[in-house]
Design a protein around this ligand. Structure first.
Ligand code: NAX
Length: 328
């Protein structure tokens, strides 16, 4: 790794940003021995608030943090960036259709994809968090001419963490003992959290939980609708858990992840498991610790899993169709 890893974060003055930046500055992605510089992007009207965040970061005097750059220019934010965390996007307004949200946000990710291609470091990795994150990721990737497509990933790590927590709570075991949960498809309420290969303290999850009706019903629904439940309870969308998940996702790219405890990443589909090609879909993945991932091959999928996965893959195809004019 470089002497200093340059991490660009968009939407940095937003609520996820406020939880995410301290984690990055404290070594949550690259570990306790790697210096980091933060390159923060916001829209122009929010630069004042972003400057306040910069002041607070300085006031933390983090040993690992070398520099904080604040800008409204993507070409400055992504300059020599090794990791770009694309968090900023427009929230859905009242009465706004899904297509309007896709189109409005899509335009942001065209510009950011181009700026990454023009300015980021040659080893850049991109993590898209801002929603609709799968399709935003596809748009950024398609507009980042010359950047290999496997550098682009979108986040279902929060969904995976939520699924692990639900399995742990149901089985009375600690969540650190839950392994190999897969999120398939879209980061939306069509996603399919799949427990069939998961283990809890070394025991197959289905045996540890011993409640198939719960797994096939309430478990899936709780994970799919957790975001909504948080908004109802808190009055705001998930932020600290989203920030933690974004770090977990990026850390997985830069540490080795094996088949014994895989991670879910949204990556460009190559048709594995019957997923339509050319969408950004969540898959079970391993990583090599150098920023590279591989889709795990050879897992069995029963008819229940196939049917659930089809629903979310279809939604991703529909999203891609809606933004086809933005795909470079
Ligand atoms: P906030 O509205 O608090 O912050 C978003 C920030 O992005 C704002 O400060 C805004 O000014 C900025 N922004 C908007 N357009 C921008 C642009 N073109 N360039 C740079 N910055 C821009 O939202 P927050 O709660 O932080 O959520 C951020 C995004 O994460 C949302 O799209 C949200 O839906 C998404 N989420 C994704 C999750 C996932 O699992 N993939 C989970 C959490 C979260 O819902």
């Amino acid at each position: 790794m470089s002497n200093v890893m340059r991490v660009a974060v968009t939407g940095a003055a937003g609520q996820i940003g406020y939880s995410l930046l301290p984690l990055i500055a404290n070594g949550a992605i690259f570990g306790p021995n790697q210096k980091v510089a933060l390159q923060l992007l916001e829209v122009t009207p929010v630069l004042g608030a972003l400057n306040g965040v910069r002041m607070e970061l300085e006031d933390c005097a983090y040993p690992l943090l070398t520099e904080v750059i604040c800008t409204d220019n993507p070409e400055i934010a992504f300059l020599n960036a090794n990791l770009c965390m694309l968090v900023g996007s427009k929230p859905r307004g009242p009465g706004m259709e899904r297509k309007d949200l896709l189109m409005d946000n899509g335009k942001i990710f065209i510009g950011q994809g181009r700026a990454i291609a023009a300015k980021a470091a040659s080893d850049v990795r991109v993590v898209v968090v801002g929603n609709p994150c799968n399709t935003n990721c596809l748009i950024a990737m398609k507009n980042a001419s010359g950047v290999p497509t496997d550098r682009f990933t979108a986040m279902t790590r929060l969904d995976m963490n939520r699924a692990k927590a639900q399995l742990a709570l149901k089985s009375g075991k600690h969540w650190s003992l839950v392994k190999n949960v897969t999120i398939w498809g879209n980061h939306s309420n069509t996603q399919y959290p799949d427990w069939h290969h998961a283990t809890i303290d070394g025991v197959p999850a289905a045996r540890a939980v011993n409640d198939d009706a719960w797994l096939q019903g309430a478990f899936i629904k709780t994970v799919q609708e957790r975001g909504k439940a948080i908004i109802e309870a808190r009055g705001k969308s998930s932020a600290l858990s989203a920030a933690q998940a974004a770090c977990d996702h990026a850390r997985s790219l830069f540490t080795v992840t094996t088949r014994d405890n895989w991670c879910s990443l949204c990556v460009l589909s190559d048709g594995s498991y019957g997923t339509p090609e050319g969408i950004i879909s969540s898959f079970p993945c391993t990583t090599d610790g150098k920023g590279n991932w591989q889709i795990i091959q050879g897992l069995s999928m029963n008819d229940f899993s196939k049917a659930k996965a089809q629903i979310t893959w279809k939604e991703l195809q529909e999203e891609r169709e809606m933004v086809k004019d933005l795909l470079g």
